[in-house]
Design a protein around this ligand. Structure first.
Ligand SMILES: Nc1ncnc2c1ncn2[C@@H]1O[C@H](COP(=O)(O)OP(=O)(O)OP(=O)(O)O)[C@@H](O)[C@H]1O
Ligand SMILES: [Mg+2]
Length: 261
């Protein structure tokens, strides 16, 4: 049985817009999968359905044998700590020290801030410190998060997500705000720690070269459907054309150009 099975997943928004149409794929522990597709293809919708921020309108998401689409809000609270999330804009708490930000990754394992605020629990603190060390930011542990550069902030976000000890890590355009060189460095850190911990990682990416450099597998989405699911080496011009081709009949005019050049 696969760690993650997505079966006939569909998402129709309240305004009637169909963002996902019968998406199906499976994924295994430790795999790093890049999800690519033009703007509006449905990449973010897919990740939001997997982490429970959004209820799909049809289909199933089976995580480790558990159909999460059937869960109540209360049950989701337990499930969510198994799913780490990395945002394009980091989502750190600016005025808090770096280490405290990383410690918030442990909140799902505690009774809340009370036990974390004073660092009472040494085991949580040890996990946070170890993960900060893995992204080479331990010397910044006591600095306020807003004093960091973009690349450093994203590495703190990676340390926070890994401190959650998740089964699945989801990243939505994690390097879109960084320059190309920094993008490769941050992606390198993300891929390395995920592989070390055998965490299934799904990453929405706009840059095909970045996907090719770090992913074990690439899933291409166009107009809410999977149109490619294969190795990075199989991503040839025909596949790229299928993924990025502009559909003149579609009402989903792109808001930004695909960046696969
Ligand atoms: N809350 C919403 N209500 C209605 N339509 C929405 C909503 N959120 C997203 N959409 C639409 O669903 C489609 C898929 O959006 P989504 O954000 O998943 O695309 P994406 O592939 O992540 O795009 P991008 O690369 O620009 O981030 C788009 O056409 C978008 O406009
Ligand atoms: Mg998106």
């Amino acid at each position: 049985m696969s760690l993650l099975t997505i079966q006939n997943l569909s998402m129709v928004y309240a305004n009637g817009h169909r963002a996902l149409t019968s998406v199906s794929f499976t994924a295994e522990a430790g795999e790093i999968i890049a999800i690519i597709g033009r703007s509006g293809a449905g990449k973010s919708t897919l990740l939001r359905c997997i982490n429970g921020l959004q209820r799909p309108t049809g289909g199933q998401i089976i995580l480790d044998g558990d159909d999460v689409t059937q869960k109540s809000e209360a049950e989701w609270y337990q499930t969510r700590r198994q799913i780490g999330f990395i945002w394009q804009e980091y989502n750190l708490v600016d005025r808090l020290p770096v280490l405290t930000n990383v410690l918030t990754g442990r909140l799902g394992y505690t009774n809340g801030w009370g036990s974390l605020a004073g660092f009472f629990d040494r085991s949580h603190r040890a996990i946070a410190i170890r993960n900060l060390e893995r992204v080479n930011l331990l010397e910044r542990a006591n600095q306020r998060a807003d004093k960091l550069s973009g690349g450093e902030k994203q590495r703190v976000a990676i340390a926070r997500a890994m401190s959650q000890e998740p089964k699945v890590l989801l990243a939505d355009e994690p390097v879109a705000s960084l320059d190309p060189e920094l993008s490769m460095q941050v992606m390198g850190d993300l891929a390395r720690v995920a592989r070390e911990d055998n965490v299934l990682t799904l990453i929405n990416l706009h840059q095909v070269p970045v996907a090719k450099a770090f992913a074990d597998r690439v899933i291409g989405i166009a107009r809410g459907e999977v149109v490619f699911n294969g190795l990075p080496s199989e991503l040839d011009d025909v596949a790229l054309d299928q993924i990025y081709r502009f559909d003149k009949l579609s009402s989903q005019a792109p808001s930004k150009q695909p960046a696969y050049a």
